[in-house]
Design a binder for this molecule. Sequence first.
Ligand code: SIN
Length: 346
Amino acid sequence: MKTWTGIGLFIVLGMLAAFMIGFRPHFTESLPIDDEQTGLKDRIVIKFSHVVAENTPKGLAAAHFARLVKELSDDRVEIQVFPNGTLYSGDTEFAALQSGAIQMIAPSFSNMSEIEPAWLAMDLPFAFGDQQAVNAALQRELGRLLLRTLDSHKVLGAAFWANGFKQMTSSVRPLQVPDDFRELTFRIQPSMMLVSQFQALGASSVKIPFNEVYGVLKDGAADGQENTISNIASKRLYQVQNYMTISNHGYLGYVVMFNKRLWEDLPPDVQQVLQQALKETTAWINQETASMHEKQLSELKEIDGFTIHELTEGERQQWIHKLAPLYDQYEHIIGSELMSEIERPK
Ligand code: SIN
C-alpha cells in the first residue's frame, strides 16, 4: 500500500514539475493579445507605411492622424504607422497598397507620376507662388482631376498633405544662375519632369530612393539634390552638402491613399471617423509645416560650412526662362484639361 502511495505521489509531482517548466498546453499563444483590453473582435487595424522620418511634416501628420483616429473611434480603430521606409520604399509602397499588404500610404506627387503621368503637373517648375496657391488649386478642379486618375488603381485618394517648396543643394558650388548647374549630377525622385528640369539646366540626374540619398551624396555619386527644408534637416543632408539655394522652384506634397477594398468594407461610421480625422490632420499639418520650415531654416543657417543663398528676383527670372520650355514639352503628357488649371510662372 505504502509503495502505491509513493508511486502516485511521484507521478503527481512529476506532472506538476513538467507543467511549471513549460510543457503546459499552449492554448494562450494562439490567442491574439489585447494590450488595452478593448474588444478584440471589433478592433480595426490599418497599417500606414511611409518613407520619411517621424519629425517631418508627413511623419508628424501620420502620428497626429493615428492619435485622432484612436480618440474619435473610442479606440476601435488603430492606425499603425511604419516610418522611414521600414516596410516599403517609395518604389514599392504603391504596389503593396494595391495588394492590401498595407492599407494606407502618402506618396509624394513625384512618385505618383510614375503611376499616372497627370501627376507631373505638380512637378512643373515655379507653378505655384506659395502654399496658399497650392491649397487653392488642390481644393478645386486640379485636385479633383488628379484624384480621378486613381479610380482604376484599386486605391482611394482621400487627402492632400503639404510638405512645402523644394530648395537646391550642392557639394560643389553655389547654385545661383542656371550656368552653375552645368555638368553636375543631382539626385531626384522618380519623375520625368525632374529629369527634364535638370537637363534644361545643363545637369544630369539620377533616381535614388529617399533612404539612400545621404549615402549617395556622401559617396559623391551625386553632387546635389532638391528637397524641402524639413527633409534636408531631418536626413542631415547638410553634413554632405556645402551649399543650399532657397529657390522654391518646385513643390513637394503628398496624396493620402487607402486600399479601396478596405475602404469599401469599412462600416460607414468608421469611414466618417477617418474622414474627420483626415480633415483635421490636413488643416493642422498645412499650418504646421510653415513654422517648422522657418525654425529649421534658422537652425541650418547656424551650421558652419553650409552656405545658404536666397535666389534674387533677377536670378529667379533666369531659372524661369531656362525652365519655361517644359510647359510646352509636357502639355500633351499631362493633358490640356489639367494644364489649363496651372498658371505659367511670370
Ligand atoms: C518624401 O518626402 O516622401 C520623399 C521625398 C524624396 O524622396 O525626396
